[in-house]
Write a protein that binds this ligand. Sequence first.
Ligand code: CA
Length: 218
Amino acid sequence: MRILVVEDEAVLSRALRRGLQAEGFAVDVAADGETGLEAALEGDHDVVVLDLMLPGRSGLEVLREMRRAEIWTPVLVLSAKDSDDDVTRGLDVGADDYLAKPFAFSVLVARLRALLRRGAPPRPAVLEAGRLTLDPATREVRQDGALVELTTRETALLEHLMRRPGEVLTKVELRDHVWDAAGDDLNVVEVYVGYLRRKLGKGVIETVRGAGYRVVGR
Ligand code: CA
């Protein structure tokens, strides 16, 4: 298994190389965004560990360019920046996992092994379901090609449904993935499904009685 580590802090980078090699990985290291992107675009790594704050191109730019080039190597984003915004943006542009510094090396290795087990299924950059498209990078939702204005939360809910078109998702699952602090209140899911139906029309999200909701796939 070959890992690419893109990290500009020399001490951390050296420690990661040594530690990961000791775990049996082949390790390539890049110390700036440009070099990291070039290496990642070769596409022959099994997983990429990517710092966000890098000289040259930022980690987010590297990730965006990788996904634009349809390189689906799993990426674990590593950064001292741990605000929700950065996490969300990292995940939006196609990161597979996120670890805030400082972290325990054993945790990093466990996360990497989990990513490696999952592998890199080819994913569409833009989600499609029926007449709808949703671009996770730009947060743009279109219906029959026309832009639909949705709030951040509405987009998050729709995205979660569109990631599994045709599949029934329970209210509990939707609440737990789209709302962090909603407690036990499942009504919030119903309310937001209502908002989406108002903006997208009634045929897009189906209620499956006693089970949950699904987005009509094709
Ligand atoms: Ca850095």
